[in-house]
Ligand binder design. Structure first.
Ligand code: TXA
Ligand code: MG
Length: 378
């Protein structure tokens, strides 16, 4: 068996060990026109305080009744999520906002008009019916109005705002397929609704509109440029693209945790195309000689340049949305293939690139190599 196959064979077990003793139902749903039967089953479980994973246009969410403290507690337990990391409430119509939000600023209204339903989450001052367990003790609440027909149908049928973090075990890459959710959470949740691949593949953009000045807390498919076209200049939480240290804490509590991390150690490699390929090939060769299994996360334009145990392409550099939609799936594939280390190319940080580089930096724990400097050293 090759080293890659041997490593993959060890990695086919479910991600979670001990407490997988619940029966998890998996039901298929047509992403455009889901059957009423499946939607009613999911909604019934949610109303009874259970947990249902469902597709959205960003990633799969793990839903529970957002106004029920016990259901929210179950979400934290199923994911192994730290309890100070607040949940996003999902609604199916804009009118549902009034019961959970105290105040809507003019900037918030403009953003809702432009981007809802869609991949934009807004932070508002919360009303008293939203439990502190949902908001991790904060007096603000994150709200998202997804556009995915399956998500909307389930939320509408449940009749309550649905708290839904990404449906992965805490710290792992977010799930963009029902199979990813099954791998992480089977035996820990009541139901998975399989509506095919999530379109965007990266979580929603988060904008805090609870204070005087709007600020991006997490970049996503709705880019800074798109937001600024609607509300003018917008601040970006400095923790988004550099390592949060000391006083310099991210404003979205979840952004401070290790995230999107496969088991392999990920390293970003910066520099010209040629320098990056030469640097990675040299490092990979030396490490493979010591028995390590090495992967490279490349692009359609560069995959032919590398020699490693697994070279996976994220798609074309000409289409950043393709890179974004394949990123988490590819990180999970490296895990499946049992890589010890993965070298990854970097991308420009404008447009969708800001979200891609934010997730890549976190997956790598901010480990990076400058290929040009390394070239000079050798
Ligand atoms: O695309 C998405 O947003 C997906 C799908 C399922 O809708 N959901 C998602 O949720 O990504 P989650 O829990 O994985 O990420 C929520 C992020 C965390 O970083 C959390 O700290 C932040 O939102 N957040 C939630 N409430 C907040 C609040 N009141 N103030 C600041 N940040 C908040
Ligand atoms: Mg998440």
């Amino acid at each position: 068996m090759t080293p890659v196959l041997a490593a993959a064979a060890k990695n086919t077990k479910n991600a979670v060990g001990r407490t997988c003793n619940m029966k998890t139902i998996v039901e298929q749903a047509d992403p455009a026109r889901p059957a009423a039967e499946v939607i009613q089953k999911a909604a019934g479980i949610l109303r009874a305080g259970g947990l249902v994973a469902f597709p959205t246009e960003t990633v799969y969410g793990l839903g529970g009744n957002g106004l029920d403290e016990e259901a929210c507690q179950k979400i934290y337990l199923a994911k192994g999520r730290p309890s100070d990391n607040p949940l996003i409430l999902h609604i199916s119509e804009r009118e549902e906002l009034a019961q959970i939000v105290r105040e809507v600023s003019p900037a918030a209204k403009k953003l809702m008009d432009a981007f809802w339903p869609g991949p934009l989450t807004l932070i508002f001052p919360k009303t008293d019916i939203v439990p502190m367990r949902t908001t991790g003790g904060l007096d603000t609440v994150a709200v998202r109005f997804p556009s995915h027909p399956v998500a909307r149908a389930i939320i509408r049928a449940a009749g309550v705002p649905i708290a839904a973090p990404s449906a992965n075990s805490s710290g792992k890459p977010s799930p963009t397929r029902a199979s990813h959710v099954e791998f992480d959470l089977t035996g820990r949740i009541d139901m998975i609704v399989d509506g095919g691949a999530a379109e965007w593949g990266l979580e929603s953009t988060i904008v805090d509109v609870s204070g005087e000045k709007a600020m991006i807390l997490r970049p996503g498919a709705v880019t800074k440029e798109m937001l600024e076209a609607v509300v003018g200049e917008i601040a970006v939480d400095p923790a988004i693209l550099s390592k949060p240290e000391g006083e310099f804490r991210p404003k979205a509590p979840g952004m401070k945790y290790t995230h999107y991390a496969p088991k392999a150690e990920v390293w970003l490699v910066r520099g010209s195309r040629e320098a990056v390929a030469a640097c990675i090939n040299r490092l990979a060769e030396a490490e493979r000689n010591t028995g390590k299994v090495i992967g490279v996360m490349a692009t359609a334009e560069t995959e032919g340049l590398y020699h490693a145990d697994a070279v996976l392409s994220l798609g074309s550099r000409e289409r950043p949305e393709e890179i974004g939609s394949n990123l988490f799936k590819t990180l999970r594939k490296f895990d499946f293939l049992g890589m010890d280390k993965v070298y990854a190319e970097v991308f420009p940080e404008d447009g969708e690139g800001m979200a891609i580089m934010n997730r890549l930096n976190k997956a790598a724990g901010y480990r990076a190599i400058d290929a040009e400097e390394r070239g000079e050293e050798s």
